[in-house]
Ligand binder design. Structure first.
Ligand SMILES: [Zn+2]
Length: 303
């Protein structure tokens, strides 16, 4: 898809997220280079091209939304559709750690065209912001195109009342992900229409964001090329990280209840549970499942 690759995947630049402001703090600019993360997701979930685009774009969208998070805050970005991909879900935190999953990684469409919107079909986008230890804030909108960028812009405008331009994409070849990333530009209160017009023209004249990165451009280059007075506030690394642990899955087994757990101890097979985000399999033999029965009784009592 791309004629010239300045940084082939072997010496791929580190993934990075840049947060900047322009025009007297009235324009927020966020750019993320995510090719390494999306390639890791492709391999982890053994995705076909459509699945790679889906999980990559959802994960890159979560990265863009994570740019304003602090401390232990995190954001979830989920698309559920009636198309063959069904569901893709990503979580990103304030330290640039991202995990993502897809329900049908090798989904295919009839015909030769790979169209992400057709892969998701009709459905909805939900964004979950966990900003405090209290209940998370969740916003839901219907999908507009299923191409993710337009859907995220629509969500930010209607659900969070922030006019936003979003670009997301990835460049793939038969060997995998050559480049991926995203750009989010937001007009904050007080933004001047005289600034917005030329800015939107500039964004629309850009090459696709993954092509920009595939040709050697960086997120800093990208945001500073959009306006004259851009100040870069922060640069964060972006990495695929799954924080799952065996203890977490043992606790989850307890929640299925004493009766179900007892059935597992009577089964001839070991019990294997898989993390949907990193595909790690945790195996519990009969003795180990039996040891969880006390915990399951506690959960049953709590019901
Ligand atoms: Zn995991």
């Amino acid at each position: 898809m791309t004629e010239h690759i300045a940084n082939p995947p072997e010496d791929r630049p580190d993934d990075v997220l840049v947060r900047a402001m322009g025009s007297n703090q009235t324009i927020r600019l966020i750019a993320a280079q995510t090719g390494g993360m999306v390639e890791t997701l492709r391999k982890t979930h053994d995705c076909g091209p459509l699945g790679t685009m889906a999980v990559g774009r959802v994960a890159s969208a979560a990265v863009l939304l994570s740019a304003t998070l602090k401390g232990r805050q995190q954001v979830g970005f989920q698309i559920n559709g009636d198309g063959p991909l069904r569901e893709a879900y990503a979580i990103a935190d304030a330290d640039g750690r991202v995990r993502a999953t897809i329900s049908v990684p090798r989904a295919e469409l009839a015909g030769d065209d790979i169209v992400l919107g057709a892969g998701f079909g009709q459905g909805r986008l939900s964004v979950t912001r966990q900003l405090t230890d209290e209940a998370p804030y969740r916003g839901i909108v219907q999908l507009i195109t299923g191409e993710v960028a337009e859907d995220l812009a629509h969500y930010l405008h209607t659900s969070e009342q922030i006019p936003s331009a979003v670009s997301l994409g990835e460049t793939l070849d038969a060997s995998g992900v050559l480049a991926a990333g995203g750009l989010l530009v937001q007009a904050l209160p007080g933004a001047d229409n005289a600034v917005l017009g030329p800015l939107i023209e500039r964004i629309e004249s850009l090459p696709p964001v993954s092509e920009y990165f595939a040709r050697g451009g960086t997120p800093s280059d990208l945001v500073t090329s959009l306006m004259d007075d851009v100040e870069i506030l922060e640069t964060r690394p972006v990495n695929f990280v799954c924080p799952c642990t065996r203890e977490q899955f043992a606790r989850r087994l307890c929640t299925i209840g004493e009766e179900e757990l007892r059935k597992l101890t009577e089964s001839l097979e070991d019990t294997v549970v898989e993390c949907h985000f990193c595909r790690t399999e945790y195996t519990f033999d009969k003795e180990q499942v039996g040891a969880l029965l006390y915990g399951a009784r506690m959960y049953d009592k709590a019901d």
